[in-house]
Design a protein around this ligand. Structure first.
Ligand code: 5GP
Ligand code: MG
Length: 179
């Protein structure tokens, strides 16, 4: 195991099972429709790649990125869109794909923004959810796994831009945060 990881929360195999279950539910819900899948960068990119290849309906792919204004540690709910859609989503079914929903600020902001573009529908799929941390109430249609109030890394999720390349999801050793 990577030196910085205290414990593994989700193995590669567990992540694959979770992604498979999510894909099944999404395939059933959107059968016969065309979906614009929108990944929220950067954390979702590995999960999205695994989920996307399991989708069986006609799919378009796009990305968005947003960052908090100012101090990253205080979640104000005001975000800056740093990468906008290129697809026209008017009249289309949109599936937003995120790595983790924490306070809910990011996804509620992005969803409100997408709704101004006149889509037919906007649903949310997240790999992980930390419901105990929620500040903005937001409907998340597809949740891979709920977790405690822990900071996790790997499988796309970072700490200071590192550890995204771990193939599993784990918890960092406390000394990594403190150094
Ligand atoms: P929210 O706006 O819901 O508070 O925050 C969502 C974003 O915070 C996620 O997309 C993710 O980038 C980051 N985040 C929240 N919890 C974690 C975590 O446990 N690990 C990592 N790596 N990022 C997290
Ligand atoms: Mg994210």
């Amino acid at each position: 195991m990577e030196q910085a990881i205290e414990s593994v929360l989700f193995s590669e195999e567990q992540l694959s099972q979770i992604t498979g279950r999510l894909a099944e539910a999404i395939n059933a819900a959107y059968a016969g429709r065309t979906v614009v899948v929108v990944g929220v960068l950067k954390g979702s990119f590995i999960f999205l790649a695994d989920l996307f290849r399991r989708l069986t309906m006609p799919c378009e792919l796009d990305f968005m990125a947003a960052s908090s204004y100012g101090n990253q540690t205080t979640s104000t709910g005001f975000l800056n869109i740093t990468k906008d859609l290129t697809a026209d989503i008017a009249g289309k079914d949109v599936l937003l794909v995120e790595d983790i929903v924490d306070t809910g600020n990011t996804l509620s902001y992005i969803k409100e923004y997408l709704l101004t573009k006149g889509p037919e529908s906007v649903r949310i799929c997240t790999l992980f959810d930390k419901p105990s941390r929620r500040k903005k109430s937001i409907t998340v249609e597809y949740v891979g796994a709920e977790i405690e109030d822990l900071f996790i890394v790997g499988y796309g999720l970072d700490f200071a831009e590192h550890y995204r390349n771990l193939p599993y999801v784990g918890i960092l050793k406390p000394e990594i945060y403190q150094s």
